[in-house]
Write a protein that binds this ligand. Structure first.
Ligand code: FES
Length: 80
């Protein structure tokens, strides 16, 4: 899962990227196959045009620590 414990929504339409596929540092949306870089959130392949929000994750003493981003997510049209 790219971030946190909840599904991250694709910026193209309402699809959960947690249902997609991860290959190296890229996640592919299960609906129309947009691809996002998991390190930056940048679009790697269309049809999505806006990046997904990412959160800083680091391993500290064998535990994964996540710092939630303060940026608003780029939600797809019709999703609040
Ligand atoms: S909903 Fe993800 S690419 Fe369309």
């Amino acid at each position: 899962m790219p971030a946190g414990g909840s599904a991250v929504i694709c910026t193209h339409q309402n699809a959960a990227l947690s249902d997609g596929w991860v290959d190296d540092c890229v996640v592919e949306c299960p609906l129309h196959m947009s691809r996002f870089d998991l390190r930056t959130g940048a679009v790697d392949a269309p049809p999505a045009e806006l990046p997904v929000r990412v959160h800083l994750a680091e391993v500290v003493g064998g535990e994964v620590w996540v710092t939630l981003s303060e940026q608003a997510p780029n939600l797809p049209p019709g999703v609040r």
